[in-house]
Design a protein around this ligand. Structure first.
Ligand SMILES: *Cc1c(COP(=O)(O)O)cnc(C)c1O
Length: 389
């Protein structure tokens, strides 16, 4: 097929040409002085994306590695961990915690909303012996398109006076949806390279707090590759304890530069506008947005329910074959029931218009019942110059 593929899954996202050019450079000696200068530059500016003045650790790994790093650095065998099952990614983090020998406890949801801060508060109040060592929340649940209110979770924990750490997965929200590691008192923020950061997959991150670092000094789950202490010590001289993803770090420096040039507030506003335009189209098609709480609608993706009797994967296949566009599939219990439109990362009005056009034409070709006019409604919204809040 001629022209560019439309990669409209909610991660990996489209990598801008400027980042591709930065990555396309000779690999340098990762123990040499030029490399140390690059590391220092990244470690100085990257924390701004997390809105933190604490260290951010970089792993040569997918986001799953940073999930594991958060748990093994701060916790000990059999520790209780409170997790909110907002969808498939929260559920995967739960299973990872189980495999590591932790005792995760779940607050279930219907997979159509964010984490319930009041339920977290209640569980913590019941835990008078302070056996729960960490509360884990996925900020933006990529399987459902629901964003949790992390500030509300922090306030709920504070009201109980419970000492549990707060760990937040921002893999599909960082650099797309407002996030404040320090202000919201998060102890470990987990992030990945291939979503809002606009990089290829392969890097992931832990932003930490002084409390998390102090806890890590005596936590006893086995850890080697993921150990924070070794990484922090090496970072102090601009290095890493093992070979870092050199070329992805060139890309990371450029990604951070691009985000700070645009300004984080503008980045968030851009995502909010594209998300609202997408929802405008979905409503006009007469289809249902999976997330039930308007205050929790995700600005990085929209999950759309298929009408009864129609298979979302068949629809996605039609769109791929006719228009060379990838849409996100339904994950876990949502398999075949939803498709997901990614509208995050390096994205603009015309890319969104193309994406929504592909969806609307796909609905027609696949014989899905829908109302004509979603694309027009989205274009009208984009052209109106209005934006959410
Ligand atoms: C993509 C994603 C992950 C998984 O990250 P990998 O890079 O595939 O390991 C975890 N959590 C959320 C919220 C995600 O969107």
């Amino acid at each position: 097929m001629s022209g560019r593929h439309f990669l409209q899954i909610p991660g990996p996202t489209n990598v801008p040409d400027r980042i591709l050019r930065a990555i396309d450079a000779p690999t340098m000696d990762h123990r040499g002085p030029s490399f140390a200068a690059l590391t220092r530059d990244i470690l100085e500016h990257l924390p701004k994306i997390f809105k933190t003045e604490q260290p951010v650790l970089i792993f040569p790994a997918s986001g799953t590695g940073a999930w594991e790093a958060a748990l093994v650095n701060c916790l000990s065998p059999n520790d209780r961990v409170l997790m909110c099952e907002t969808g498939q990614f929260a559920s995967l983090w739960f299973h990872l915690a189980e495999k590591l020998g932790l005792s995760p406890q779940v607050i279930p949801t219907d997979w159509r909303r964010g984490a319930d801060a009041a339920a977290i508060e209640e569980r913590l109040r019941e835990d008078t012996a302070h056996q729960i060592k960490a509360v884990c929340v996925v900020h933006n649940e990529t399987s459902t398109g629901a964003t949790s209110n992390i500030r509300a979770v922090r306030e709920a924990i504070d009201r109980t006076g419970h000492p549990a750490l707060l760990m937040v997965d921002t893999i599909s929200s960082l650099a797309s949806i407002d996030y404040r590691h320090d202000e919201w008192g998060v102890d470990v923020t987990v992030a990945g390279s291939q979503k809002g950061l606009m990089l290829p997959p392969g890097l992931s991150f832990n932003a930490i707090s002084q409390k998390a670092l102090a806890t890590a000094e005596h936590a006893t789950l086995p850890k080697a590759y993921w150990g924070w202490r070794e990484i922090l010590n090496a970072n102090a001289t601009g290095h890493f304890p093992y070979t870092p993803s050199t070329n992805l770090l060139y890309g990371l420096k450029t990604a951070v530069d691009m985000l700070l040039e645009e300004g984080l507030d503008s980045v968030f506003q851009r995502h909010a506008r594209h998300a609202e335009a997408t929802r405008t189209a979905v409503r006009a098609w007469g289809l249902e947005i999976l997330c039930l709480e308007p205050a929790e609608y995700s600005n990085s993706l929209t999950a759309v329910l298929m009408p009864e009797g129609h298979d979302a994967d068949q629809f996605r296949k039609t769109v791929l074959e006719h228009f060379d566009m990838s849409l996100g599939n339904g994950l876990g219990r949502l398999s075949g029931k939803v498709f997901r439109i990614g509208h995050l990362g390096d994205f603009n009005d015309l890319m969104l218009a193309g994406t929504l056009s592909g969806v609307e034409m796909g609905l027609k070709i696949a014989g899905i019942p829908y109302k004509v006019g979603g694309v027009q409604a989205a274009l009208d919204y984009l052209a109106s110059g209005s934006s959410p809040d």
